[in-house]
Design a protein around this ligand. Structure first.
Ligand SMILES: [Zn+2]
Length: 243
C-alpha cells in the first residue's frame, strides 16, 4: 500500500470511529491528514450517495490543495466540505500538525452554549483527558460555518498552539502529529465534557488539588504522546467500529 493510500485508509477509519462514538452526527464533520512533503491534504468529502461519517469509505477521501480546492479527478459527485478552511488554515500555520479533526459533539457544544468552563475534576480516571484541560482549551467565539479562508484563519488564531479548540454553538477542532492522535484528542475532549456535565448534575464539582495537577503535568512532560499508549487506545476504538 502506498503512503498516500495508507493515509487515506486511516482518515476514513478515524471518521468511522468518531461517528461510532457519537462525536458527530449524520454527514457533518471531517478528518484530514497532511500528505507528507507536499502542501496538499486528504479530507473526507461530501457526496450525493454518502451514508454519513459513520460509514465513510476510502473512496470518499479526496485530495485538496492548500487553498481548499480538489485536486485530480473526483468521482461520484464528491465535493470538498464547506469547512475545509478550518483544516487548510491550521496546516499553513502549524508545521508540526499532520492531522486535523472537526466534529460536532453535542456534549462539548453544550458547554460553549452555557459558557461553563471544563474543569480538571479527575486525575487517574483519565489522565489524557485531564491533560487537555491542564494544557488549556481555547474557544472560537463565533458560531457560523467556517466557509472562507479568512474564517479559517480566525479559527487557527483562536486555537493557537493548542491540541483542541471549542467552537461556540458549533463543535470542536483538534490537531495532532498523527491522525490517531488528533482523533484521540477529540475523544478525550468529549469524555472530559461528559464527566463535567454529569458532575454538574450530581452536585458541585471541585477541581483536583493543585499538587495533583502539577504531578500530572510532570508525567505528561515525561511521556508526551507515548506511541504505545496511543496505539493501544486506538486499536480499542477501531475494534468498536466492527460491532
Ligand atoms: Zn462544523
Amino acid at each position: 500500500m502506498s503512503e498516500v493510500d495508507d493515509l487515506r485508509a486511516r482518515v476514513a477509519e478515524a471518521c468511522r470511529v468518531l461517528a461510532r462514538l457519537d462525536l458527530t452526527k449524520a454527514a457533518t464533520g471531517h478528518v484530514s491528514a497532511r500528505i507528507p512533503r507536499s502542501d496538499h491534504i486528504l479530507i473526507r468529502a461530501r457526496g450525493p450517495g454518502e451514508l454519513g461519517v459513520r460509514y465513510t469509505t476510502e473512496k470518499q477521501i479526496i485530495e485538496v490543495n492548500c487553498d481548499g480546492r480538489a485536486v485530480g479527478a473526483i468521482e461520484g459527485g464528491l465535493v470538498t466540505p464547506v469547512e475545509v478552511f478550518i483544516h487548510t488554515a491550521i496546516y499553513k500555520s502549524r508545521p508540526e500538525v499532520n492531522s486535523v479533526v472537526h466534529v460536532h459533539p453535542a456534549m462539548v457544544v453544550l458547554f460553549t452554549i452555557c459558557n461553563k468552563p471544563l474543569l480538571p475534576i479527575f486525575g487517574a480516571y483519565d489522565p489524557s483527558a485531564l491533560q487537555l484541560v491542564l494544557d488549556g482549551i481555547p474557544t472560537f467565539d463565533r458560531s457560523i460555518l467556517v466557509s472562507t479562508p479568512e474564517l479559517g484563519d480566525e479559527v487557527a488564531r483562536a486555537m493557537g498552539q493548542a491540541k483542541t479548540c471549542m467552537m461556540r454553538g458549533h463543535g470542536i477542532t483538534t490537531a495532532g502529529r498523527t491522525i490517531e492522535e488528533a482523533a484521540l484528542h477529540a475523544i478525550h475532549l468529549n469524555e472530559l465534557a461528559a464527566m463535567n456535565y454529569q458532575a454538574q448534575l450530581l452536585g458541585d464539582p471541585r477541581p483536583i488539588s493543585a499538587a495533583d495537577q502539577d504531578a500530572f503535568r510532570k508525567i505528561a512532560r515525561q511521556s508526551d504522546g507515548a506511541s504505545g499508549r496511543i496505539a493501544a487506545a486506538w486499536r480499542y476504538y477501531c475494534a468498536l467500529t466492527a460491532d
